[in-house]
Design a protein around this ligand. Sequence first.
Ligand code: PMP
Ligand code: GLU
Length: 401
Amino acid sequence: MNISKRIAALEESQTLQVAALCQQLRAEGVDVIGLSLGEPDFPAPAHVKQAAIDAINNDISHYGPTPGFPALRQAIADTINKDIKDYPVKPYNANEIIVSVGAKQAICNAIEVLIGPDDEVIIPTPSWVSYVEMVKIAQGKSVLVKTTMENNFCITAEQLEAAITPKTKLLMLCSPNNPTGSVYALDNLKAIVEVLVKHPQVVVLADEIYQHILYTGKHETLAQFPEIEDRLIVINGVSKAFAMTGYRIGWLACHNKDLITAVKRLQGQMITCATTIAQKAAEAAYTGPQECVEEMRQAFERRRDLILGLAREIEGMKVLEPQGAFYLFPDVSAFFGKKYNGKTISNADELVTYLLQEAHVACVSGSAFGEDNCIRFSYATSEELITEAMTRMKEALEKLQ
Ligand code: PMP
Ligand code: GLU
């Protein structure tokens, strides 16, 4: 069959690809430690599970409203409004929220309704694997702006200014960041907003899915700035904060009525609505006890400290302390050109293959995120497995000459 050019040009998601390879190797009896997939290893909270069971027993088994159940949309609006209550910005109402199948679909919806051929989307790299591919689906043009470890992997105001053209439609910012673990500080965001004020045609998508997995104290949201409140799309969901990746509930919030109408129309044609049972579970997540979020955050912080310490013991691995999310993104270029059994490792992809074969540790090459010198470890796994993985990796890397 001839697949459309638009879809044939898509890359397979490398994060999902490595995870599948990991599963396959395990099925074959190989003792692989997966540091590849970014998802909390905790079970969903008990009250969330109960809400899903209750939804089934209460026959919540019919189509729901396309943008999501009103009670869930209200619970989400209340959640954002709590975060922005101290700022001179408008609160969100429930009609300004659209619930989708994961934050992934919420982002894709936003891109699909805003971007067409030749429209430019500014994406600071390293960036999550799916942004560029989603822009491809919309036939837009990704303008990749390379950030550096020296700048905490954050785009600077100067870089942003230089990247904006009359064709720029969208800026995508992810903080806390996947894959770098960097967090935009308030000063960074202020400088970015100052640039945006000069370019009113640029819409801003703030991917805040890792909002609660933060080690710096307070989450600085782009929703605090009145200057951009009418052209901001906030993305979030329950996957990371509540360990509910498989429930597939994410959302976008936006004050712009045209955007909300367009997303509703698109979603109505594509999926009708997100799974109703999962929506009930997500409502319980937002309205129920929040201690579980903090408990998981603390566990991630302990794991962050552990993996950081172990990575720093590996000679040649250059690391930046992650301030959020659950990824470590070391520069491993010091290993390029080294040999094992006569074979040269020339890039991050080959190093990742070597680590899988030799140490039985799975991670993702930085090339998937637009940074060829790095590799990504997800430390959303137990302290025991992190220690074992890093020990195996250290031994394997020491064998390289
Ligand atoms: N944004 C980022 C930066 C991510 O890493 C992910 C991966 N889970 C998503 C969005 C999508 O999350 P989900 O679809 O599971 O809600
Ligand atoms: N966001 C996670 C990751 O980067 C999950 C997989 C995916 O959706 O890409 O690993």
